[in-house]
Design a protein around this ligand. Structure first.
Ligand SMILES: Cc1ncc(COP(=O)(O)O)c(C=O)c1O
Length: 353
């Protein structure tokens, strides 16, 4: 949370204003969020999951369709595809980054494919130029799940800017939180009214309730003013927080790649990661976890590759890149709370291992 003295007067004002639901604070947050993160427009949502549901639906995904996706992600990415009656088709990942492998994506496209959904895992942008070239060849939309990658850049643009749809999460443990919340970016400005109806029961806001006419199904996916005012305060401090993630990430890139037996994420030359998590790869990930625990630092694999869940069992396929990545993976903390002394201690413990 931003400093109390910055947040609390504004928050108190909203809480007792009589207007706690969607309103001016949300709209200001949308404008300021989009401007800060280089997006032409952003719609504030109740969660990243809601934003993803909207993106998939606006991309035309429905029952019987296929969406090419990655299993190396948090579960919402793929559960939402099922919610729409569609099937996630799991592409393999690049074992050097954990990110979706463009060659695997290209090999899985069928006439049923409706969209390509990529996740910038741990804050490292995917090989977006290659993915977008494949998508263009097949006239498919790309949806970027930027939940881990707030503040990352690709080819000089804010992450998420150059695809048809992208989404962000402001859930509790992301770079920036509004307690819960999300944002949807869509490239086609003309579809913004449709997206707004999707987030509000299929209704246009501002039209008197007795006159409004619902023509398509929508959801209650809007952000409220309480989250909006927290988001506005967060935007005042977020640059410094992301800069700390990046400084810690770069420190680990240099220090850990010099340690025999460890490797670090390899990323596209066009990418500027925002290091939500730091991924260390080694032949003994359990030992790294133990070593970190011995100095009081939490380290883990964090996610379960989604195809390991029973619900995705019918969609399992051999994924050798993922197997190699996941076996070798440990995440160590690199967020804004990791100070210079702690990161030195982490490197020192790993060097002795
Ligand atoms: C990669 C990824 N996608 C989507 C989501 C969903 O975001 P939210 O929790 O805001 O619904 C999350 C976070 O939980 C995530 O990590």
């Amino acid at each position: 949370m931003p400093p109390k003295e910055m947040l609390m007067p504004e928050l108190e004002q909203v809480l007792y204003s009589g207007m706690v639901a969607e309103g001016e604070y949300v709209y200001r947050f949308e404008r300021e969020f989009a401007a800060k993160f280089d997006l032409p427009q952003a719609l504030a949502m109740s969660s990243g999951t809601a934003a993803l549901h909207a993106a998939l639906s606006l991309a035309g995904v429905g029952a019987g369709d296929e969406v090419i996706s990655t299993p190396m992600t948090a579960e919402p990415t793929n559960v939402v595809i099922l919610q729409l009656g569609a099937t996630p088709v799991f592409a393999d990942v690049d074992p050097a980054s954990g990110n979706i492998d463009p060659a695997s994506v290209a090999a899985l496209i069928t006439p049923k494919t409706k969209a390509i959904l990529v996740v910038h895992y741990a804050g490292f942008p995917v090989r977006l130029a290659e993915i977008q070239a494949i998508a263009r060849r097949h006239q498919l939309p790309v949806i970027e799940d930027c939940a881990h990658a707030l503040g990352a850049r690709y080819a000089g643009h804010g992450i998420g800017r150059t695809s048809e749809f992208s989404l962000f999460s402001f859930q509790a443990i992301k770079h920036m939180t509004t307690v819960d919340g999300g944002a949807l970016h869509l490239a086609d400005a003309e579809r913004v009214p449709e997206a707004k109806r999707f987030r509000w029961f299929g209704m246009d806001k501002g039209v008197p309730r007795t006159e409004v006419d619902i023509k398509t199904v929508g959801y209650k996916y809007n952000m409220h003013n309480v989250a909006g005012v927290i988001g506005l305060a967060q935007l005042k401090v977020i640059d410094a927080l992301i800069a700390k993630h990046v400084a810690n990430g770069r420190f680990f890139d240099d220090a850990l790649s010099a340690i025999p037996g460890l490797s670090v994420t390899r990323f596209d030359a066009a990418a500027d990661p925002s290091y939500w998590l730091y991924s260390v790869l080694s032949e003994d990930s359990a030992d790294i976890e133990k070593r970190m625990a011995s100095i009081g630092v939490a380290a883990s694999k964090l996610h379960r590759p989604n195809h390991y869940h029973s619900i995705f069992e019918p969609m399992r396929r051999p994924l050798p890149g993922l197997d190699s990545y996941y076996r070798r993976l440990t995440h160590i903390p690199c967020g804004w709370w990791v100070d210079a002394e702690t990161r030195e201690r982490i490197v020192d413990a790993l060097r002795k291992g």
